[in-house]
Design a protein around this ligand. Structure first.
Ligand code: OAD
Length: 248
């Protein structure tokens, strides 16, 4: 079967079964201009995540970590949803999609119009004070503060409200993700390398509970050979645009 026939078949299955849950990673936002973490353009090529994205480094050397964060968020705060985000929002409106479970912190699913978004790694549109836990909207002006922004109430360092390495995932988000993985009929993995746990475990759970697994990615991942039923190779925006032609 060629790619187009495969996409058509997936669309037919979605129309019939409806209960889709999407599981997204950095790859879905690449067409919005945000590079993925791994790969030649990725942030982790330049900054070792075990150092720069570890909570202990942030606590000890916030200025060092903010150097990397400024680079990341100067792009992410400006980014707009692309066609892939928009098709997922349309799928939710048309009652094909139950929810998006995302590892991304860019807020683009909500901006595209998805109402039910489970954020496993937090939300980078907010800053949180690591001393008094006050929250602030992460506006671009914070990026100009040297060496790093501090809380206006207690002067503690501000940290994007995202999960760093060495921190736990938000419990409620994780349990909602598992409930969705258990109850859905189609589990749609988009643009993730499937390497970062515990989030990476969720697709395996969905498969074990009977979901059909559809994967969209530029290349194979650990899921592809283990659990993927339909592999749609290509850019998320292009594949989802074609899928929407068959769906709507
Ligand atoms: P990665 O950077 O690890 O993987 C991105 C995936 O997207 C790769 O498999 C690419 O092949 C694929 N990809 C790239 N461009 C694409 C496109 N246009 N369309 C479709 N697929 C594309 O990103 P994640 O898997 O999201 O965690 O990374 C998982 C976690 O690792 C992140 O949430 C972050 C990072 O460290 C934390 O910071 C806690």
């Amino acid at each position: 079967m060629d790619l187009d026939q495969l996409i058509k078949k997936v669309a037919e299955e979605i129309k019939e079964k409806k209960e889709v849950v999407a599981f997204t990673g950095a790859g879905i936002s690449v067409e919005s201009g945000i590079p993925a973490f791994r790969g030649s353009q990725g942030l982790w090529e330049k900054y070792d995540p075990e150092q720069y994205a570890h909570i202990l480094t942030f606590l000890n050397e916030p200025a060092k970590v903010w150097k990397m964060l400024k680079e990341m968020f100067s792009i992410a705060l400006k980014a707009k949803p692309n066609i892939a985000h928009i098709v997922l929002a349309e799928m939710e409106k048309k009652h094909y999609l139950k929810a998006v479970i995302t590892q991304n912190v860019d807020g683009l699913h909500q901006e595209a119009g998805n109402q039910k978004v489970i954020e496993l790694h937090g939300n980078g549109r907010f800053l949180v004070c690591i001393s008094c836990y006050s929250k602030f909207l992460f506006v671009e002006e914070y990026l100009n503060i040297e060496p790093y922004p501090v809380c206006e109430i207690c002067k503690g360092p501000l940290k994007p409200d995202v999960v760093f390495f060495g921190e736990s995932l938000p419990e409620k988000a994780l349990s909602s993700a598992y409930e969705l993985a258990e109850s859905c009929k189609i589990f749609l993995i988009i643009g993730t390398s499937g390497l970062v746990y515990p989030a990476a475990q969720i697709p395996y759970y969905a498969k074990s509970k009977g979901a059909t697994v559809v994967e969209i990615n530029l290349g194979g991942t650990p899921y592809t050979y283990k659990i993927t039923d339909y592999f749609l190779k290509g850019k998320a925006g292009e594949i989802l645009a074609k899928l929407s032609d068959y769906l709507f």
